[in-house]
Design a protein around this ligand. Structure first.
Ligand code: SF4
Length: 361
């Protein structure tokens, strides 16, 4: 994908940083201005509006536990944040309501902060760190500009108590394929039904292109992951999701898939207004939602169970050892949809840690 930027806003204190200067050089010709970081500004990275990129320092921890959600079973993932917000434009993206500062942000001090992140990991050799960069942005969408993934691949391939997952909706895998590293690296794709992908995932690669990229990575020796999240109720959803599962079967072998996550569409109430305003033609809000124990809006339980059971049974019929798990669901839904339950977040962590050991030792 080509990253289009209309204006760059540079935090005053980050202006002299070599990474800032390098990125400004890469985007030579794009207007930029310097501003105090707290300066309120208008604009966002929004296809159809002005695409604003901010270059700034990240002051907090770069590695943090996934925020997860209260009262549901979470997977114990660690989120690494070299950037915030995303140049893709999925209508349902939670980040639209999550960040109070709009615009795509690249944290120029990531390179030096990485040593601290690795020290945290090395300090706990008996723990398995499942780390991903694809929670607060797309893992590959900015890499042509930042080039950070090569550094991450080299660093994680030398560790024995961590894996790094690059989660994407792009097909921009060339840099990954050119890297010599495969150990401890998971290339993963978010998938949806063909109609949802085409209608709701603006800026993302078409489904077939994502799967072609996945196939190329598999053939090059990478371990793969897939994420069906959010599963969205829409007319003909069973047939539609089945089409994606058929494509998955056509493009990749199940043997090198470490995990497949499933999650039904859920959102903070504040996102509804944002979706209506920014994506008036979106269909993701069609349907009935109830407020869950964590305050997020979800489909009613029988519908969630129906979708999750459908997907897990079809995946099981394809291969019984895919590491299928549910994202942010209750013990009851696990039992009803999957026929087993890890009971707690710790139980799910143990299950996924065991998948890591199985694939990487
Ligand atoms: S790819 Fe992920 S982070 Fe980017 S807009 Fe879509 S849902 Fe949001």
């Amino acid at each position: 994908m080509t990253l289009r930027v209309d204006e760059i806003l540079v935090a005053r204190d980050a202006l002299r940083h070599p990474e800032t200067q390098r990125i400004l050089e890469c985007l030579k010709g794009t207007p930029h201005r310097v501003a105090d970081i707290e300066e309120p500004f208008r604009g966002s990275y929004d296809p159809g509006e002005k695409r604003l990129l901010r270059l700034e320092f990240h002051r907090g921890a770069f590695l943090k536990p996934c925020p997860g959600t209260r009262n549901y079973i979470c997977c114990g993932y660690q989120v690494l944040t070299p950037a915030a917000n995303c140049p893709l434009g999925c209508t349902y993206c939670i980040l639209q309501a999550y960040f109070n500062r709009p615009g795509l942000r690249i944290f120029v001090n990531f390179r030096e902060a990485l040593d601290g992140v690795l020290a945290v990991i090395d300090n706990e050799p008996d723990r398995v760190f499942r780390v991903g960069t694809g929670e607060f942005t797309d893992s590959l969408a900015l890499d042509a500009l930042t080039g950070w993934n090569r550094r991450l691949m080299a660093a994680f391939s030398r560790r024995s108590n961590a894996v790094i997952e690059f989660k994407t909706k792009t097909s921009a895998v060339r840099a990954m394929l050119e890297s010599p590293h495969r150990r401890r690296i998971i290339m993963s794709w978010s998938l949806n039904s063909p109609s949802m992908a085409a209608w709701e995932e603006r800026g993302a690669a078409p489904l077939r292109a994502r799967l072609e990229a996945a196939r190329a990575c598999q053939e090059a020796g990478f371990v793969l992951g897939f994420h069906f999240d959010p599963l969205v109720m829409h007319p003909g959803w069973r047939e539609d999701y089945m089409r994606t599962l058929d494509l998955l079967d056509a493009y990749v072998e199940p043997g090198s898939i470490i995990w497949v996550s499933l999650g039904t569409f859920r959102f903070m109430p504040a996102l509804k207004e944002v979706i209506r305003r920014r994506h008036p033609r979106s269909r993701v809000l069609h349907g009935e939602f109830v407020r869950g124990l964590d305050g997020k809006m979800r489909y009613i339980r029988p519908l969630r169970v129906e979708m999750l059971r459908f997907m897990s049974e079809k995946l099981k019929a394809w291969d019984r050892d895919l590491g299928v798990y549910l994202c942010m669901e209750s013990d009851v839904v696990w039992q009803e949809a999957m026929g087993w339950t890890p009971r707690t977040s710790e139980g799910l962590s143990r299950y996924l840690d065991a998948r890591v050991r199985k694939f990487f030792g």
